[in-house]
Design a protein around this ligand. Structure first.
Ligand SMILES: C[S@@+](CC[C@H](N)C(=O)[O-])C[C@H]1O[C@@H](n2cnc3c(N)ncnc32)[C@H](O)[C@@H]1O
Length: 353
């Protein structure tokens, strides 16, 4: 049960939402104009006139932003009008996860998010038109403006990178000879597998734009001949997943699809594998988080899927994914909650005999 807020507290919480875009933009400006850096460098704090001098921003501009930072709890002020960073301000200034999330919000989502309601009503990513006329972001990913692409990939990789070292030990506990990486993207997992195991052969399945990038990334590696590429659009139900794998890997992949589409993909995986193969689903399930901040970010990320990505997918609850797996003929043989800095859970499935 959530703690009941007093009316005064509740009204304040409501205003935080009403003004959220203002404070988001002010926070960005405080960071990008170097104001947080100037403040962080002097332990006893800095006065406004000193910040003006060191940043070259007008006194008017500094007042606007410092006051915003003060009321939103990024900055504190002492009796001599010296401003210093609070712990929140320190996270905004130098925490990598916060930076990745803010850049993703700013570059990929901010403009398009104004179309959230329309996206919900139409079941389409109406915010994507900010960048182009693709049905989903995945068709346009390799053509997005450089800064948008950078923030998209940094967001995607920040989370999966931390999960891979733990997950790879778990996958290679079994004897894996032919691993299919569905939605293999830039080839990071394929590279990690080839470096981990000298024999394993990997097939990356993805849309053509991403496959080209993966191929470029892997072509110069000594193990390049152990990686093959299979162009596929899994939204097209007539496209089958080829046979020949003893492990199928889907990392941060099924969250790119609505539940009907996931059922269709899992059915095709089921048709492609035999009873001895293992199928792995790696996802940051929103219910399976150690910290409230992670849950908050993941539920927020669902709105990126609605508005920018494809209009029908989301970050899932682990039970939804398990049910879809069972409904398509798999059994969940193991569940690993990954350790370290990971937010992910690894589901290990096998075809029900
Ligand atoms: C969020 S990325 C995940 C990348 C990577 N597996 C990871 O863990 O970082 C999703 C991947 O799924 C691919 N994808 C999305 N829609 C697809 C489709 N309809 N058919 C095939 N691949 C698709 C995207 O191109 C992208 O590479």
């Amino acid at each position: 049960m959530k703690k009941q807020l007093s009316a005064l507290e509740a009204k304040y919480e409501a205003q935080k939402l009403a003004f959220a875009p203002f404070y988001f933009q002010a926070t960005l400006a405080l960071k990008e104009l170097g104001i947080l850096d100037v403040i962080a460098k002097v332990r006893k704090g800095v006065r406004m006139d000193e910040i003006v001098e060191k940043t070259g921003v007008s006194l008017y501009g500094i007042k606007i932003l410092i006051e915003a930072g003060f009321v939103s709890n990024l900055l504190q002020v002492d009796d001599e009008d010296r401003y210093s960073l609070t712990t929140v301000g320190q996270f905004i200034r130098s925490d990598r996860m916060t930076e990745v999330n803010m850049n993703f919000t700013k570059d990929v989502c901010y403009d398009g998010l104004a179309n959230l309601k329309e996206s919900i009503v139409n079941g389409k990513p109406e915010g994507l038109k900010v960048f182009g006329n693709w049905p989903t972001v995945y068709e346009g990913l390799s053509q997005l403006p450089e800064q948008v692409k950078k923030s998209w990939f940094e967001f995607d990789h920040f989370y999966s990178d931390d999960a891979f070292p733990y997950a790879i030990d778990l996958v290679f506990r079994e004897n894996v000879t032919h691993l299919f990486d569905i939605g293999g993207n830039t080839g990071k997992w394929a590279k990690a597998c080839c470096e981990y195991d000298e024999e394993v052969k990997i097939k990356i399945l993805d849309l053509p734009g991403q496959l080209n990038v993966a191929q470029q990334n892997i072509s110069k590696e000594s193990y390049a001949d152990r990686v093959t590429y299979h162009e596929i659009d899994l939204l097209d139900e007539s496209q089958a997943i080829p046979a020949g794998s003893d492990a199928v890997w889907m990392s941060q992949f099924l969250d790119c699809f609505g539940s009907d589409e996931i059922l269709s993909i899992l059915k095709r995986v089921h048709e492609a594998v035999d009873e001895k193969a293992y199928v792995y689903i790696l996802e940051p399930f929103w219910n399976n988080q150690k910290f409230p901040a992670s849950r908050f970010c993941l539920v927020g990320t669902s709105m990126y899927f609605t508005c920018i990505a494809n209009g029908n997918s989301k970050m899932y609850h682990s039970e939804e994914m398990e049910k879809m797996s069972v409904d398509t003929g798999f059994e969940v043989v193991d569940t690993f909650e990954l350790i370290g800095d990971s937010y992910h859970t690894l589901l290990k499935l096998r075809k029900k005999s």
